[in-house]
Design a protein around this ligand. Structure first.
Ligand code: FAD
Length: 600
C-alpha cells in the first residue's frame, strides 16, 4: 500500500492527450454541456502537433476550383492502397473543409490567396493544391487556436501528468491512473468516458521526426483495456529527414519544400524520381522534367511531378539510390530548392526550414541543396475505431488522432493527419459526451486496483540490477531501426521479436535512483514497458503481412499480393499475449466505388 492518499478528480469525459485531436475533442465535448478534463504529458501548447509544418488537407477549392471532397476521398484511398476504412475516408474528405473554416473563425491566421481566401499548397499524392497552411508552421497556429478556444470554454487541464493505466468497472472504462511528472505523486481520474488522443509511436526508432512524447502510451493503454489495433505494420517513413549533423538526424524537412518546387537529386545530379514511377501512378505522373515543372503552374494540362509521389514511394526510391551508391556524402540524397526558386520566396514560404538548416547544419538553403533521407514519422495504423463515433471495442473508450487507425490504410498522404485530428477529434468529443450523458452516476473504482498500479509504477526504484533506462531505450531504438525499418524481412523481424523478449526479461534489472520529482530516468523506465509491447505489435503485424504495400515494404515479399489487397492485420491481446489475425475489409458501397473510377 503506497503511503499516500490519491489526488482524485472526476469528469464526465476525460481526454488523454492535448494535441490537435485532444483539444478538438475537448471543445466538442464541452459544447455538449458535460464536464471535461484534458491531460497532457507536456505543458499545454507543447504537444507534438505544434511541430506540424506543411499544412492541413481540405478540399476547399480555393486554388483549383475543380477540387472537391470526391477527389480528396479518391486520393486518400489510393494513397492508402485501398486498405483504408472507406467510411472514415469519406467523412474525412467531406468534413475537413468545414473544420478548417471553423479554425479560421476561431482566429487561425492562414496564408492567403490574392483574393483573400485561405491559400492551399501542393503535397504528395494530392491531385490539387489542397493544404491550408501558415508558412511552414501550421501546427503552431493550429494548436494555438484550438488551445485558446478550448480554455475559453472552461475545460480543466492537467499538465505534465502521465497516465500509466486505464481504470475499468467490469467491461467498461471508467477513468485513468497516472502520476504528476513534477512531483511523482499519483493521480486518479474518474470518468464516464475516456478519449485516447495520445499521438504516435515514432520514438521506437533511432532516426525519427517525432518528439519525446511519442512513445505509444495510448496504443498500450487501449490494448491492455481490451481494444483492437489495425494496420500496425504500416508505419510511414517520411522521405525527407535531415541526415546531417548526427545530433539532428531524423528532424523533419517538410514536404512543403517539394510542394513549393524543390526537387530530389542524387550525387550525379540526376532527378532520379523519374526512374521510380510505379505502374499504379504512371498515367498521372510526368516522365520528363519539362512537363513535371509545368505542373506547378498548370494542373489541368500536366501530369504531376514524381517528386510528389506518395511518401512511401519516395522514401523507398531514396533508400534505393543510397544503396546503389548514388547518395550524398552523409548517406542521403540532395533536396534542391535553391536553384529553382528566388531566395526571398524560399525564406517567406519556408521560414522554419531556412532557420533549421542555417542553425543546425550551417547550410543556407537559398544557396545550397539540403541533404535528406527517410525518417520514422507517422503511425498509419493504430487503435481500431468505429468510423462514425470513434468508439473502440471497449465500452466508454474512444480514440482519435494519430493513435487511431483506419483512415490512412497503408499510407497517409501529407496534410491528412491534421485534418484527421480535426474531423475525428470533433466526432470523438461529441460521441464520448453523448455516451457519458447516457449514464447515471460515476462508475466505481476499486481501491485495491489503484494500489496495484501504484506499486507497479514504483518497481524501477526497487530494481536490483544496473540497467540504465536511457541506454536501454537507445538499444531498443537501434533494434527497431536495424530490423523493423523501412525494408523488412522475416529473419530480421524474428530476430527483433527474440530481442524484444530478452529486453522484457531484463526490465526488472532497471534501476532508477533519486526521488520521484522530475525524474526523467523513472519516466523512461515506465515508458519502456509500453515501448516493448508496441514494438512487438508492429513487428508481429509486419510478419503477418507477407507482401509489400504502402508503408510496409518487405525484401522477401517485394510485390503487392492480391491475397492481402483487401484485408487488415488486426492485433489484440489474448491471455496476456499479443496476437495477430487477418480480417477482410468490408465491401465498399457502389457510390464510393464509382468515385474511385472517375477521372480528373
Ligand atoms: P499529439 O499532438 O502527438 O499529442 C499527443 C498528446 O498526448 C500530447 O499532449 C501528449 O503529452 C499526450 N500524451 C501522450 N501519452 C500520454 C500519457 N500517457 N498520459 C498523458 N498524456 C499523454 N501532419 C499534417 O497533416 N500536416 C503537416 O504539415 C504535418 N507536419 C508534421 C511535421 C512534423 C515534424 C511531424 C513530426 C509530424 C507532422 N505531421 C503533419 C503529423 C501530425 O503533426 C501528427 O500526426 C499530429 O499532430 C498528431 O496529433 P495528435 O493530436 O494525435 O497527437
Amino acid at each position: 500500500m503506497p503511503p499516500e492518499q490519491y489526488e482524485t478528480y472526476e469528469h464526465d469525459v476525460l481526454i488523454i492527450g492535448a494535441g490537435g485531436a485532444g483539444l478538438r475533442a475537448a471543445i466538442e465535448a464541452k459544447a455538449q454541456g458535460v464536464s471535461v478534463g484534458l491531460i497532457s504529458k507536456s505543458l499545454l501548447g507543447k504537444a507534438h502537433t505544434v511541430m506540424a509544418e506543411g499544412g492541413i488537407a481540405a478540399a476547399l477549392g480555393n486554388v483549383y476550383s475543380d477540387d472537391s471532397w470526391r477527389v480528396h476521398f479518391r486520393d486518400t484511398m489510393r494513397g492508402g492502397k485501398m486498405l483504408n476504412n472507406w467510411r472514415m475516408a469519406q467523412f474525412h474528405a467531406q468534413e475537413a473543409p468545414d473544420r478548417v473554416l471553423e479554425l479560421e473563425r476561431w482566429g487561425a491566421v492562414f496564408d492567403r490567396t490574392k483574393d483573400g481566401l485561405i491559400l492551399q499548397r501542393d503535397f504528395g499524392g494530392h491531385r490539387y493544391a489542397r493544404l491550408a497552411h501558415v508558412g511552414d508552421r501550421t501546427g503552431l497556429e493550429m494548436l494555438r487556436t484550438l488551445q485558446q478556444h478550448a480554455v475559453a470554454q472552461g475545460i480543466e487541464v492537467y499538465m505534465e501528468c502521465t497516465v500509466t493505466r486505464l481504470l475499468k468497472d467490469g467491461d467498461r472504462v471508467c477513468g485513468a491512473f497516472g502520476y504528476r511528472r513534477s512531483t511523482g505523486q499519483f493521480i486518479v481520474f474518474r470518468a464516464k468516458a475516456v478519449i485516447l488522443a495520445t499521438g504516435g509511436i515514432g520514438k521506437l526508432w533511432k532516426f525519427t521526426s517525432n518528439s519525446w512524447e511519442c512513445t505509444g502510451n495510448g496504443v498500450m493503454l487501449a490494448l491492455d483495456a481490451g481494444a483492437d489495433l489495425i494496420d500496425m505494420e504500416s508505419y510511414q517513413f517520411h522521405p525527407t529527414g535531415m541526415v546531417w549533423p548526427p545530433s539532428v538526424r531524423g528532424t523533419l524537412v517538410t514536404e512543403g519544400v517539394r510542394g513549393d518546387g524543390g526537387t530530389l537529386r542524387n550525387s550525379k545530379g540526376e532527378r532520379f524520381m523519374f526512374r521510380y514511377i510505379p505502374e499504379f501512378f504512371k498515367a498521372e505522373t510526368a516522365d520528363n522534367e519539362a512537363e513535371a515543372d509545368r505542373w506547378y503552374t498548370d494542373k489541368k494540362q500536366n501530369r504531376r511531378t514524381p517528386d510528389l509521389l506518395p511518401r512511401d514511394e519516395v522514401a523507398r526510391a531514396i533508400n534505393a539510390e543510397v544503396k546503389a551508391g548514388r547518395g550524398s556524402p552523409h548517406g542521403g540524397v540532395f533536396l534542391d530548392i535553391a536553384s529553382r526558386r528566388p531566395a526571398d520566396y524560399i525564406v517567406r514560404r519556408l521560414p522554419s526550414m531556412y532557420h533549421q538548416f542555417k542553425e543546425l547544419a550551417g547550410v543556407d538553403i537559398t544557396k545550397e541543396p539540403m541533404e535528406v533521407g527517410p525518417t520514422a514519422h507517422y503511425m498509419n495504423g493504430g487503435i481500431r475505431v468505429n468510423a462514425e463515433t470513434t468508439a473502440t471495442a471497449v465500452p466508454g473508450l474512444y480514440a482519435a488522432g494519430e493513435v487511431a487507425g483506419g483512415l490512412h490504410g497503408g499510407n497517409r498522404l501529407g496534410g491528412n493527419a491534421l485534418s484527421d485530428l480535426l474531423v475525428f477529434g470533433r466526432r470523438a468529443g461529441q460521441h464520448a459526451a453523448l455516451y457519458a450523458k447516457s449514464l447515471f452516476g460515476m462508475p466505481t473504482v476499486e481501491a485495491t486496483r489503484l494500489d496495484a498500479f501504484a506499486r507497479e509504477a514504483l518497481i524501477p526504484f526497487q530494481g536490483e540490477g544496473t540497467e540504465n533506462p536511457h541506454a536501454f531505450q537507445a538499444e531498443l531504438q537501434e533494434t527497431m531501426q536495424a530490423l523493423v525499418g523501412i525494408i523488412r524481412k522475416e529473419t530480421e523481424m524474428r530476430e527483433a521479436i527474440a530481442r524484444i523478449e530478452q529486453y522484457r526479461q531484463r526490465l526488472p534489472q532497471i534501476r532508477v535512483d533519486e526521488g520521484r520529482a522530475y525524474n526523467p530516468g523513472w519516466h523512461t523506465a515506465l515508458d519502456l514497458r509500453t515501448m516493448l509491447t508496441v514494438a512487438e505489435c508492429v513487428t508481429r503485424a509486419a510478419l503477418e503481412r507477407k507482401e509489400s504495400r504502402g508503408g510496409h515494404a518487405r525484401d522477401d515479399y517485394p510485390s503487392a499480393d492480391p491475397r492481402f489487397g483487401s484485408v487488415n492485420v488486426v492485433v489484440c491481446k489474448r491471455d496476456g499475449a499479443v496476437v495477430t489475425s487477418l480480417e477482410p475489409i468490408l465491401e465498399m458501397p457502389e457510390d464510393l466505388r464509382q468515385l474511385l473510377r472517375e477521372k480528373g
